[in-house]
Design a protein around this ligand. Structure first.
Ligand SMILES: Nc1ncnc2c1ncn2[C@@H]1O[C@H](COP(=O)(O)OP(=O)(O)O)[C@@H](O)[C@H]1O
Ligand SMILES: Cc1ncsc1CCOP(=O)(O)O
Ligand SMILES: [Mg+2]
Length: 271
């Protein structure tokens, strides 16, 4: 898999896709910098009046519900409609889906609008798919790999029904479509101590989706690249502050040799 992942990263850097983000107030700067570091061209925009025009110059759309509001909801609807009309992939990050009924209702509505991929922590994904709220604000409370392992066939059925790729991240990341499951164990626990790491995974995945015709491979490549860069950054960091800085450097420096040496990925065939 390492060569497929490196090939998508090379395509991304060659194409420098414009990625339109409607994201939360916390991570706007962090995710824009991560997109630049990996080789994409981020634009952050949320005025309803410019959504169709902005989508038309982008190659992918990232929707993140971390700090939702009614004006943002209007912008999200317009942007997704434009992306669908223009045949461009869009990805959903149901940030904090289980925190309030408002977020769950918004995310449930978005689930019907055919995202190419959905990326969240275990609580966010399970809340979205079952309608039963779990989680601690934007953080997970069901990170147990054992618990997730037991739900893999359920997740795969839902991915097939929704015709999407589910990326459930945490200590172990699972990337799931109707046929394949990638299990990735790169990354470092300190990544959960920096706000916006998950949102960065989602934003980067927008860029990777724009750079491959295979959405599952694109999502897998994105999450693997972040995990590898994150674990390298953690070795160099004293704590979360310097991890954030090193992460940008490691995304920028990431190359095929590092991916080959560090990738920790297993592909599970259809459950
Ligand atoms: N305990 C951990 N060990 C290794 N990597 C982790 C750990 N926790 C989070 N990560 C990594 O951090 C990134 C963000 O994931 P996550 O923390 O699940 O998202 P969120 O911030 O949305 O809760 C993923 O690439 C994931 O692999
Ligand atoms: C802290 C916080 N509050 C609302 S959105 C947000 C950022 C969450 O980012 P991530 O899920 O990537 O840690
Ligand atoms: Mg998150």
């Amino acid at each position: 898999m390492h060569s497929e992942i490196s090939a998508i990263l090379a395509a991304l850097r060659q194409q420098k896709p414009v990625v339109h983000n409607i994201t939360n107030l916390v991570v706007t700067n962090t995710t824009a910098n991560a997109l630049l570091a990996i080789g994409a061209s981020p634009v952050m925009a949320h005025a309803p009046e410019e959504m169709a025009d902005m989508v038309s110059i982008a190659s992918a759309l990232v929707i993140n519900t971390g700090t939702p509001s009614e004006p943002q909801r209007t912008a999200i609807r317009k942007a997704i409609q434009a992306a669908r009309e223009q045949g461009k992939p869009w990805i959903l990050d149901p940030a904090g889906a289980g925190a309030t009924p408002y977020r769950l209702q918004l995310n449930t509505e978005l689930l019907e609008l055919k995202p190419a991929a959905i990326r969240g922590n275990a609580s966010e994904i399970l809340t979205l798919l079952t309608g039963k709220p779990t989680g601690r604000g934007v953080d997970t409370d069901s990170s147990s790999d054992d618990a997730l392992n037991e739900t893999l066939s359920y997740l795969q059925r839902r991915a097939a029904q929704l015709n999407t790729v589910l990326a459930v991240t945490g200590a172990t990341d699972y990337i799931i479509d109707s046929q394949r499951i990638a299990k990735i164990t790169n990354g470092h626990p300190m990544m959960a101590k920096v706000t916006g790491t998950g949102c960065t995974a989602t934003a980067m995945t927008g860029a990777f989706l724009a750079s491959s015709n295979d959405p599952w491979l694109a999502v897998t490549a994105s999450i693997a690249c972040l995990g590898i860069a994150g674990e390298k950054a953690a070795f160099a960091a004293k704590g979360p502050g310097s991890l954030q800085m090193h992460l940008l450097d490691e995304l920028y420096l990431l190359d095929a040799e590092t991916i080959q040496a560090r990738l920790s990925l297993e592909v599970l065939i259809k459950q």
